[in-house]
Design a protein around this ligand. Structure first.
Ligand SMILES: Nc1ncnc2c1ncn2[C@@H]1O[C@H](COP(=O)(O)OP(=O)(O)OP(=O)(O)O)[C@@H](O)[C@H]1O
Ligand SMILES: [Mg+2]
Length: 231
């Protein structure tokens, strides 16, 4: 009974619900409407991949979903509540295409940040250190924990930024091109980590050109002419 109520609640209010999203950008040749009334629903436990040619608006979409940019029209709701600005990292965490690691913090400190800021509080530094080293080891960058981002390769930084995005077990996870800078050997661990986020109840949205990433999706969509089409 309770499970049915939860299912009905999820049906009414998906973890992420995007309605009528529009975004225009000024371009040298005049304004271009990159997103033109886009709709998307993603449930808890669901991993959705977004494909689309370079410049189709995938990163622009993720910036709007994460509240880092504001739409010209439309709404982004988390569990039925429209966002205004960026939600807490616990509610919605991101791996941006530009990574955005804090340069003054070490690799381990970057990954620990969401845990230290967690609303329920995870004050036990031993538990935080254990979670951080478990994630960094899983992603093959455990040996770099004490270095600063500038002292590791871009592909390594990308995995650190992924570890930071998932460390606090966010309810919604927005991931931009997670395998773009990785050698083939590093990809399976990234795919396992993303899949696990969804299996643990997160709503995971991944922009990618990589067929291997599409392979772990519950659903694939394509961004074309400012709208999403199911694949
Ligand atoms: N802040 C901005 N100002 C002006 N134009 C922008 C801005 N952000 C995005 N655009 C434009 O919107 C379009 C979509 O860009 P976006 O970065 O979202 O593409 P993408 O699908 O992520 O591409 P890629 O696969 O190369 O990462 C591009 O034409 C880009 O120039
Ligand atoms: Mg992009």
């Amino acid at each position: 009974m309770r499970r049915r109520a939860a299912a009905e609640q999820a049906e009414r209010h998906p973890a992420l619900h995007v309605m009528g999203l529009r975004r225009r950008f000024a371009q040298p040749g005049g304004e271009v409407e990159v997103l033109r009334g886009l709709e998307l629903r993603v449930s808890s436990g669901e991993l959705v991949t977004v494909t689309g040619r370079s410049g189709s608006g995938k990163s622009a979409l993720l910036a709007l979903l994460g509240g880092f940019d504001a739409p010209d029209a439309g709404t982004v709701s988390l569990n039925g509540v429209p966002i205004a600005g960026a939600p807490s990292w616990h509610a919605c965490a991101v791996l941006p295409q530009a990574l955005g690691l804090a340069g003054e913090l070490t690799v381990a400190e970057n990954v620990a940040l969401p845990l230290r800021l967690h609303p329920d509080g995870e004050p036990d530094p031993v538990a935080i250190a254990a979670r951080v080293s478990e994630l960094l080891d899983e992603l093959g960058v455990g040996a770099l924990a004490g270095r600063h981002p500038a002292e590791v390769s871009f592909g390594q930084q990308q995995r650190v930024a992924l570890a930071r995005a998932i460390s606090g077990r966010p309810r919604v996870l927005l991931i931009d091109e997670p395998t773009a800078h990785l050698d083939v050997g590093s990809v399976p661990a990234v795919l396992r980590a993303l899949r696990r986020c969804a299996d643990e109840g997160g709503a995971v949205i991944v922009a990618t050109h990589d067929e291997q990433v599409h392979g772990i999706a519950d659903r694939r969509v394509r961004l074309l002419d400012g709208l999403l089409a199911e694949l």
